[in-house]
Design a protein around this ligand. Sequence first.
Ligand SMILES: [Zn+2]
Length: 237
Amino acid sequence: MGSFFNVVISRLPHKESLLYPPSHCSDCGYKIPPWKNVPVLSYLLLRGKCSKCGAKIHWHHLLVEVVTPILFVAIHLRYGFGSVIFFKYLVLMGFLIPIFFIDAFHQLILHVTSIPLIVIGLGFALMPGNDISILNALITAMISFTLLLGLAWFYTKVKKREGLGGGDLWLVTGIATFVGALALPWILLIASLLGIIYFFVGVRIKEQVFAFGPFIVLGTVLWILGLDRLAMPFMYP
Ligand SMILES: [Zn+2]
């Protein structure tokens, strides 16, 4: 799955097919044979370089191949195996990983990666054994979409430039259908705090554009992997 996410991350922003051509060096076009395409191992053995032309292979290939199994196992440890909730968060994670990197690299959340989340989240909410009801999913999605749209409109009106991108809006709406009304405000709070920290630590130029999507993703991942337990006393005081 990590290898597939890497293909999505490298190709989707450039509107390239995910299936064809098979893995190749983006510099010299060298077709990578299966024995040089082993997740993690090949990257390390080849020291992150194409074995033919020596061009650097982007570090996201290694990172995603390492992080994906860790996150998938973490979901299993948290939610068991085979439950609706387990599969729900597995699917969500499968979308969030490519969204994180594509937005971080291109300041872009592709609709094809965010809007399907709304349909899938609502689909899961219809299944028995899900942690939130379909009504919860629907209302959370509608309210968060409306509020964020209003906020984006207000910001653009006052500041005369885009603050919250359209991509963020669809991403949050998609996540809303997965997590529901009790979780979404917390996720947005965590995302905002991480964004503010990043802004003060990492962004030097005040007017610099930076992607908010990765922070929404981080907030969601942290939440579904355990931060919700920390917030429990505040959720049900
Ligand atoms: Zn090459």
